[in-house]
Design a protein around this ligand. Structure first.
Ligand code: IMP
Ligand code: MG
Length: 172
């Protein structure tokens, strides 16, 4: 049996998401960015975040597969659902659940820049730094954690635990 230990409460998350929403609203004032959520992990974070953004944004999703059924990135990233909005000449804000090795986002930023957007920035709920092996600049960071496998608030382990309202460390 796996054990869950609460790492971030609903209130911790809510406060931090509000702060991110305010920063984004200020920085993108007058810019109408396209917010691209990375499925599936970012769906709850994105839903909360955009309601704390006070400027108009448009929303799209991309689905990337990088993890198999374990807890470590396979290294190869595959697009299993592409964006649908046109982003050339647009400001793009990528909303991701966790940056771990950085491989997924390094790939995604390179891919999105191929469409000639005006800018690409990253908002990640969790910046997990210990296993980073690609240089990825997280412009808007929710929480910085060193290590540990986290579940809840959209984050899964093998598709379980996504619906937990808080974020927990999964002890094997
Ligand atoms: P990266 O390519 O190693 O940066 O992995 C990023 C992806 O792995 C994220 O989009 C997450 O979906 C997943 N991931 C990384 N760490 C965790 C974790 O602690 N819990 C759940 N998913 C994770
Ligand atoms: Mg993800």
């Amino acid at each position: 049996m796996s054990e869950l230990i609460q790492a971030l409460s609903r209130v911790d998350i809510q406060e931090r998401v509000r702060f991110l929403g305010r920063s984004i609203s200020k920085d993108y004032s007058g810019k109408n960015p396209v917010v691209i959520g990375v499925l599936k992990g970012a769906f709850i974070f994105l839903a909360d975040l955009v309601r704390d953004i006070s400027i108009p944004v448009r929303i799209d999703f991309i689905r990337l597969a990088s993890y198999g059924e374990g807890t470590e990135s396979s290294g190869t990233v595959e697009i299993t659902k592409d964006i649908e909005l046109k982003i050339d000449g647009q400001h793009v804000l990528v909303v991701e659940d966790i940056v771990d090795s950085g491989r997924t986002l390094a790939f995604l930023v390179r891919y999105l820049k191929g469409f000639n957007p005006l800018s690409v920035r990253i908002c990640a709920l969790i910046n997990k730094t210990e296993r980073r092996d690609r240089a990825v600049l997280v412009d808007y960071e929710g929480f910085n954690v060193e290590s540990g496998f986290l579940v809840g608030y959209g984050l899964d382990f093998d598709e379980d635990y996504r619906t937990l309202p808080d974020i927990n460390i999964l002890k094997p």
